[in-house]
Structures are given as C-alpha cells and as structure tokens.
Design a protein around this ligand. Structure first.
Ligand code: AMP
Ligand code: GLY
Length: 428
C-alpha cells in the first residue's frame, strides 16, 4: 500500500515509523513533513491546511490510504474531500471533528448525554460573561475560546481583574481570531491529568495505553503553557479501576453520543481527563493523536497500526486486535531556547546520524528540523523528541535522558523532571 501522512511534526514522525513496521506498507509519504522525517518518508511541500492541493496530490499519486494527523485539516473537512475522490482516510469527517474544533459543541454534547465534565456556561456577549463570573464569584475561573487556538485559548484567571482582562483579550481584541466570538466559562477542577488516546470506528472504542503530558515550559510545572515538553506512558494514576470507570462513564457514552447526533466518530479520539475527587472528568476532547503523547504510545503498540487504522475506516474495529506491550516509554522534548515565545531557527544539530542515535530502544522523533546545505538544523519551537522504551518507567526515563545528552544545538532547552510526578505516584 502507498500511504500519505498529512502533517509535519513529531507526532507524524511517530505515526510514520509505526506504519513502516507493517508488511503491507510499501511506500510512505508525508506532506509537508520536515527535515528529519525525510529520512523515513518522501516529503512533499504542501501545507497541511491546503485541502484542495492535498486532495489533488493524493489523486495524482494514487495513494491507497491517507492518515490526516493534524487538527486543522480535519476541522476543514479533508477526510470528506478525500472520500469524494474515492480515497479512504484515517480521521473524523468535518462534522465529527467538531468535538475538538468547537468547545461549545463538545461541552453541550457532554451536558446533553450526562458525560462528566466541568460545570460551564457558554456566551457570545462580553458583558454577560463578566456578569456571570461576578455572580458566581468563584476563583480561579477558566475561560476558553470556542475554536482551535493552538492549545493556547485557555485562560485560568485567579480574580475578577484577570477574568476581565482575559475576556477583553479573547472577545474584544480577538487575540485568537474568530475562535473568540464564543467563549466557555467553566469551573476550575483539580487532580492529576491523564491523556487517553483511543481508536474509534463510529460504534466501537478501543483505548490505547494511557499517558501523561508535561505542558509547562519549565521544571516543576512552572513557566508558560507549551504544546508539551515531554510524556510518559503508561500513566500510573490511571489504574485498572479508573480505566473501568472511564470506559463506562466517558468513552462508551461519548461514542454513543456522537452516533446519536448523526456524526459518528472515526479515527483517534483523544480524551484529556482530570481525575478529580468526584471522579474522572473530561477536560477536553481532541479529534486526533496527541503530540507528544503519540511519541510514547505508538512505540508500545504491538498490533499492526495500518490494520488497526483501516479497521476504524471500515467499521471493523470490534474484530481487530489492539494490543500494547507491558513496558513503559518516556519522551523528552528538546526545544529551542525561548519557546513557546520567540526563538531562533537554523541552529546546527549535532550528535545524530541520519536523524537518529545509535542507542538501543531509543528513537528520535523530529518535530521541527530542516536540512539546509546538507546539515540538519533547528526549524521550530519543539525540535526533537527523544523516546526510550524499557520494562519499567524509571529505566525508560533514564535511557531517554542519557540519550538526549549526546544531542546538541545552540540554545537547546529541555525539562529535567519529565516523569518525576509519575515516579512519585508509583511510590505511593
Ligand atoms: P485544554 O486546551 O482544554 O486542554 O486546556 C489546557 C490545560 O488547561 C489543560 O491541560 C488543563 O491543565 C487546564 N485546564 C483546562 N480546563 C480546566 C479546568 N476546568 N480546570 C482546571 N484546569 C483546566
Ligand atoms: N499534548 C496535547 C495535545 O496534543 O493536544
């Protein structure tokens, strides 16, 4: 089979590496891809959001299957457009992608079907938002822009002044563009966070191994929110008992709700959960694989990813085995100094051969790299993700950190405490 993966970050690299293990994958492409991905797949410079150009390219090259990995092309309906020209694709159609693309849609869905989530109200009028927040008088309060905002459209406000400033930024100054026309105001929840990615074929849901992201830029969860500075899998807070409860109270009801609404979800449904004192609750849904969760989840998958993906498209997931190994994985992100704010690009990366390290059970996933004049250079905020697998989480973390030491570039920034909280939880 000839396969195209749409996107160009560490997640896409991890998907490509997993797909290449399939004996049925004979040729693999990535659009747009990046420098490091080009060691593993042919890259084509088409923006992931350019739906007409991507569909035309897919037709021209006669791909057998397309994996749309990134959120915005899914929200733009790339899977629907590919279907129109007869090319099957992994991922939800435009209607189902609303579960991530519109917070108002997802919150209303959870309310209608009794799926546990933070208490909330939605607004399209800035004055009414502040009336509500003042009347509730509970801080911190969480304010979210409705649409896709690169994971940055969530504000946690400690008092009335911060809330007023936040509402102004989102709704009046339109800091996140049109996604700020509607906002969701919700109650602040506490508890450990767990990411659970799952395969769905519209009717059946099969969860993958759980994971834990580290969103803040600096050690001890300080600094700004980022796309994710590292991950571990499995997540020790996600016990068998919690998993059972999530299946009954969240996963099955969500898949049934989407079916009942006439937009069955096919692809990877990501449950961002918080294990609150009142039980597990949904913080957010994503309509795609998480980044950098994928970089620790897929290395533990023992089943053939291509077969599983195709079964979500065909509606045969119930008959398809989805099996994970019993070991653990850790991913440490190497970022450009300054990320998530301004940073420089074009710094030479040393220590890699054809994009990889010569270390057992270690894979380097390229998030933001380019090849310029034959040299591998930095080309993004998150540059590389160093993933190691082992029998236990402590061993995986040790291997990932040791391996990351041999990679260098100017301004390299990484967290030193990825997995620390998970290790502490395991000792309790
Ligand atoms: P989101 O983009 O919805 O994942 O939100 C980003 C981060 O904000 C989450 O991973 C949480 O850490 C935090 N967050 C979002 N909603 C809430 C909430 N209701 N209570 C507490 N923290 C939240
Ligand atoms: N790591 C969080 C996300 O992919 O949205």
């Amino acid at each position: 089979m000839k396969i195209l993966v749409v996107g160009g970050g560490g997640r896409e690299h991890a998907i490509i590496r997993a797909l290449k293990k399939s004996p049925r994958c004979t040729e693999i492409w990535c659009a747009p891809g990046n420098g490091g991905i080009s060691y593993d797949a042919k890259c084509k410079a088409i923006a992931a959001t350019d739906v007409p150009a991507m569909v035309a390219f897919a037709k021209e090259e006669a791909f057998d299957y397309v994996v749309v990995a990134q959120d915005d092309p899914l929200a733009l309906g790339m899977v629907d457009e590919l279907a129109k020209v007869g090319i099957p694709a992994f991922g939800p159609d435009k209607a189902a992608a609303r579960i991530e693309a519109s917070k108002v849609f997802s919150k209303d869905l959870m309310k209608k079907y009794g799926i546990p989530t933070a208490k909330y109200e939605t607004f399209d009028d800035a004055a009414k938002v502040m009336d509500y927040i003042r009347a509730e008088g509970k801080y911190p309060v969480v304010i979210k822009a409705d649409g896709l905002a690169l994971g940055k459209g969530v504000l946690i406000c400690q008092n009335e002044q911060e809330a007023a400033d936040g509402v102004k930024e989102i709704m009046l100054d339109k800091k996140f563009g049109a996604s700020g026309n509607h906002v969701v105001v919700e109650e602040f929840l506490t508890g450990p966070e767990v990411s659970v990615l799952s395969f769905c074929d519209g009717k059946t849901v099969k969860p993958m191994v759980s994971s834990m992201d580290h969103k803040r830029a600096l050690d001890h969860d300080e600094g700004l929110n980022t796309g994710g500075m590292g991950t571990v899998a499995p997540n020790p807070y996600y016990t068998a008992e919690v998993a059972d409860r999530c299946m009954k109270e969240i996963f099955l009801p969500t898949v049934a709700a989407m079916q009942a609404e006439g937009c069955p979800f096919k692809g990877c449904l990501y449950f961002g959960l918080m294990l609150t004192p009142d039980g597990p609750k949904v913080i957010e849904y994503n309509c795609r694989f998480g980044d950098p969760e994928t970089q620790v989840v897929l290395p533990l998958l023992e089943s053939d990813l291509l077969t599983v993906m195709q079964s979500t498209t065909d509606g045969t997931l119930d008959k398809t085995e989805v099996k994970f190994g019993s070991g653990a994985a850790a991913c440490v992100i190497l970022a450009s100094g300054g990320y998530p704010l301004a940073y420089e690009k074009g710094k030479e990366i040393t220590g890699l051969t054809a994009g990889q390290l010569d270390a057992a059970d270690v894979t380097v996933y390229h998030a933001g790299t380019a090849i310029k004049q034959g040299k591998l250079v930095t080309n993004g905020g998150r540059v590389l993700g160093v993933t190691a697998t082992a029998d236990t989480l402590p061993a995986a973390l040790e291997k990932a950190y040791a391996a990351s030491e041999s990679i260098r570039f100017d301004g390299l920034h990484k967290r030193h405490d990825i997995g620390a909280r998970a290790l502490a939880a395991m000792q309790n």
